[in-house]
Design a protein around this ligand. Sequence first.
Ligand code: ADP
Ligand code: ADP
Ligand code: MG
Length: 498
Amino acid sequence: MKGKRILIANRGEIASRIIRTIKKLEHVAIVIRSNRDKNALYLEYADEIIDANENDEDKVIFLDADRIIELALKHRVEMIHPGYGFLSENYEFAKKCNEAGIIFIGPLPEHIFQMGLKTVAKEYARKAGLPLVPGTEDVVRDVKKALKIAKKIGFPVLLKASAGGGGRGMRIVEKAEHFERLFNSASQEAFNAFGNGDLFIEKYINNPKHIEVQVLGDKHGNVIHLWDRECSLQRKHQKLLEEAPSPALSKKMRNSVCKMAVKLAQHIGYYSTGTVEFIMDEKRNIYFMEMNTRLQVEHPVTEEITGIDLVEWQIRIALDEKLPFKQKDIALNGTAIECRINAENAQNRFSPETGFIEKVRFPYHPRLRVETSIKDGTYVSTNFDSMLVKLIVHEKHRNTAIQSMLKILNESRISGIKTLIPFFKTVLQHPEFQKGTYTTRWIEQYFTPEMLINSDEETIAALTATIAYAMEYLPIAGEKPDIQQDNLNLWVLNKRLR
Ligand code: ADP
Ligand code: ADP
Ligand code: MG
């Protein structure tokens, strides 16, 4: 089947990524141009562009389900890919697409709905025989009752929004005294973000690892897994770096967790791509956490180790194709690492950076995959999320992957605004990361901005500043600069600059 008119209801790097596969399959890639993002890179790759012409007071087009469907019908669109974020987990949007006769590239709207409520998802997971994090399976609306339950579970507990996502609506409560205040603020945040303030309570797992399993199902009842990923490097419950497979799992544990994910997907009759997320405690117990019914940001690391194009199978499955591979055909080759290069300043509590990007440069490296939404001159605003680039490296061994990524980060340049490049250099050189023992609390336990000082960019900045200093002041004093460019005492320079 070729020549389907496929609209991507998304922007940024994921739009570019999806276009690549649409073209490979010889379909037609159609994208939407938002007024808030007029010169975006993905627009250059599309076959057709639809102008959204939103006004400033209108909601951003990628969140406007009705308007997207209206535009799609006008442009004879046959299928819609939602990407991630925006409307990708909005079951009403999926339903409306299907009702309008447009194929939604994703699972059944019912599955999006059910798994979108974490409490409902937990119930299904329990029925499918998966272990759950100790806590309530239902929402708790009364704060007094909630406190009683929390005391029973034992502090610290984690308050979670049932409709939550992207780390929002979550609060760790260390002590009973803080419970009521944090309960109210989590509920409010969830209500503002998701229109649903319902919370449930889980035991807060200390020093956990986030491990997830990619599943793929077709409409003919076949479900397979594509192994695991580890996404423990997080800030505020949001992922920053991911790798596949997890360095923390033994072969036996890997098989067991992957089987659990398939069991859940089979139990609900799931099709398309999905991710079953688990949390692992210090005793290496693994519990079900939630299921994401979409393509994940970190899907490339799975594609690298298995050689399977997940977007291709999302499209083929949506067109009723049967999976041609069996579980035993799915290879697990080497290790892949992804760094999410956000426009953030790790030096200053990861504050968001805005402004023009002057120059973007990535090195040539045979094992590097770049997924990006930026080019020279792109303006980074706060209208959209801060992820500019995903750098993905795939090597036979994890150590080599770490070394390759470090080399790539050293040779990558994004000038004009600050990014997380120096931060990832620090992470990749840290013993906890290198040993694979890092947890979701790595940043709070180990990271300090001073660790960034010795990164290459800082060194270059130090060099430049000192040379400028030497040229400017020393000759005036009638002395010859006695600093040889390649013979500077960096320790002294760094100290002086601090
Ligand atoms: P992933 O789960 O794919 O690894 P994230 O958890 O960071 O990645 O979420 C991917 C994107 O989707 C982010 O831009 C995030 O803000 C957004 N997102 C996640 N869940 C929701 C939701 N329920 N509603 C709206 N946006 C969401
Ligand atoms: P979201 O929909 O925002 O992705 P998740 O349930 O996947 O919500 O949780 C996001 C992150 O929060 C996890 O990756 C993990 O780091 C942390 N987390 C979730 N549940 C717990 C828990 N019970 N104990 C400790 N950390 C947790
Ligand atoms: Mg999650």
